[in-house]
Design a protein around this ligand. Structure first.
Ligand code: AKG
Length: 292
């Protein structure tokens, strides 16, 4: 078996699909072995080593946090892996596009957090049921390392009011925080071993605490949509078709990258970023470290 190969996994069962729609999330799903996860982590860490000081138009962190699938072939490769798409198909149906992929990393013993929020608040995609996030653990993800916490059933709300905090230790683009009280007992810890995955709905309330462990906490996070989804705020938007067909053509399609940070993909990246910034930063009164 080649290194980094993801062994065959099953499609979601009817029971798993029902659980997702009941709770607004589903975990843990076995995608690959710990050794497999280690190999994808090494690919990331090699890029970090080679490109941190490479003088690219934007910081490496920006490329890791926004649309990594557009400029890093290995990010596209993992995001489009057939076994992962099999899981996603259980939620979205047979036609699947990658909307975005990013690395959510908390360095060892650091105070960074993700405040409680609903993903769809600032994406301009409405309050759709046709978006799902897959969060792949590339390290140990537990209470100590700052795992995500989900509020079961919270996807049944529409998009609730959020406040932009722009707090320094908050990893979200606007430090946005939901303006409803979330009690500790309402939160479920999403503990994942390396190679396991969680799926969550775009309206599920979630966040995560700091990493007080001795290792980095690394999540590779992919947002998938089906062709019914539409950009409602920005003038245009982009997505990559990875399974089935797109009969609606609401998104501009683009080809996967072949080499790391190729000039034509860096140019495309800027176009996508400019378009998506219109939605992501609409109404904000400060600049974001991610959309400056
Ligand atoms: O990685 C985290 O702790 C939070 C990620 C998150 O908010 C998301 O994937 O929607």
């Amino acid at each position: 078996m080649p290194e980094g190969h993801i062994p065959h996994t099953k499609k979601l069962t009817d029971q798993q699909i029902a659980q997702y729609w009941r709770d607004g999330y589903l975990f843990p799903l076995d995608l690959m072995s710990a050794r497999g996860a280690q190999i994808w982590r090494q690919k990331l860490e090699q890029v970090e080593q080679d490109y941190r000081e490479a003088g690219m138009p934007r910081t490496l962190n920006t490329y890791k946090r926004i649309n990594a699938q557009c400029v890093m072939p290995f990010a596209y490769e993992l995001a489009s892996h057939p076994d992962l798409l099999d899981m996603v198909e259980g939620i979205l149906g047979p036609d699947i596009l990658i909307y975005g992929a990013e690395f959510f990393i908390k360095e060892a013993s650091t105070p960074h957090i993700v405040s409680m929020h609903q993903d769809l608040t600032y994406w301009g995609l409405g309050a759709t049921d046709n978006l799902v996030t897959a969060w792949i653990a590339l390290s140990e993800v537990n209470q100590k390392s700052g795992c995500m916490q989900f509020v079961a059933g919270s996807h049944n709300h529409q998009i609730l009011p959020h406040e932009d905090t722009f707090a320094e230790n908050n990893l979200l683009s606007r430090g946005q925080e939901i303006q409803v009280e979330v009690k500790e007992e309402e939160k479920t810890d999403i503990v994942l071993a390396p190679g396991q995955v969680s799926l969550h709905h775009g309206r599920t309330i979630h966040g995560s605490g700091p990493n007080s462990s001795a290792d980095r906490r690394i999540g590779f996070v992919i947002r998938y949509v089906n062709p019914k989804v539409m950009q409602e705020v920005a003038q245009k938007d982009y997505a990559m078709l990875v399974r089935g067909a797109d009969r609606n053509q609401h998104f501009i399609h683009y080809a996967p990258p072949r080499t790391l940070f190729a000039p034509e993909h860096l140019a495309l990246y800027e176009e996508m970023r400019a378009a998506q910034k219109q939605a992501m930063m609409a109404g904000a009164n400060k600049q974001s470290f991610l959309y400056d």
